[in-house]
Design a binder for this molecule. Structure first.
Ligand SMILES: Cc1ncc(COP(=O)(O)O)c(C=O)c1O
Length: 188
């Protein structure tokens, strides 16, 4: 049994510790941290993305990714009772990023129903925050979002001019459990 509640409760195995202590390290700014470079390249290759970028924590990577998508006065749609980027992380998106969340009820399967997303996108106008981003998470509350849901949500977001962020803290677990690359439509 592997306890996946948090990376703070899983423990590295002996081969993982051995790999860590034998890892080639260097200066990231000088571009000679070979292990990090390999990690980033491997991630980009496996997920079909242009590039990978290593962050030391999930909170930091979520915040940096979300902030890359918006400007002050923007808004992101996010799951209300389950999403890490809303429920946890100290409200960093609002506090540090100057964007407001628009939290929507997660369905029992963890998804945010598409019709709710569509209805929540604000009209363009001086009175309104600009709805710019849909933030998903996979797995969410221990459940795998199916690839077809991620693809449909991505299509809806693109049609309505929203960017997509995927909190993929456990996305490889989701991929193994479902047998599908359930990040593929979501992270660009
Ligand atoms: C889904 C999800 N996103 C983000 C985080 C934050 O990661 P970190 O604790 O590395 O900041 C966690 C932590 O458990 C998480 O479960």
């Amino acid at each position: 049994m592997i306890d996946l509640r948090s990376d703070t409760v899983t423990r590295p195995t002996a081969p993982m510790l051995a790999a860590m202590s034998a890892a080639e390290v260097g200066d990231d700014v000088l571009g000679d941290d070979l292990t990090v470079l390999r990690l980033q390249a491997t991630l980009a290759e496996r997920t079909g993305k242009e590039a990978g970028l290593f962050f030391p924590s999930g909170t930091q990577s979520n915040l940096a990714a979300l902030m890359a998508h918006w400007a002050r006065g923007d808004e992101y749609i996010v799951g209300r009772q389950l999403a890490h980027t809303y429920k946890y992380e100290g409200g960093g998106a609002a506090v540090l990023g100057s964007i407001q969340p628009q939290p929507l009820e997660n369905a029992v399967d963890g998804s945010i129903p598409l019709e709710k997303i569509a209805a929540a996108i604000k009209p363009i106008g001086d009175h309104f925050a600009r709805t710019r981003l849909l933030a998903l998470e996979n797995t969410i509350g221990g459940k795998v979002l199916p690839a077809h849901y991620v693809a449909d949500a991505t299509q809806l977001a693109r049609e309505r001019g929203l960017a997509i962020h995927l909190d993929g803290a456990r996305v490889f677990n989701a991929a193994v459990a479902s047998g599908e690359p359930c990040w593929s439509a979501a992270a660009r």
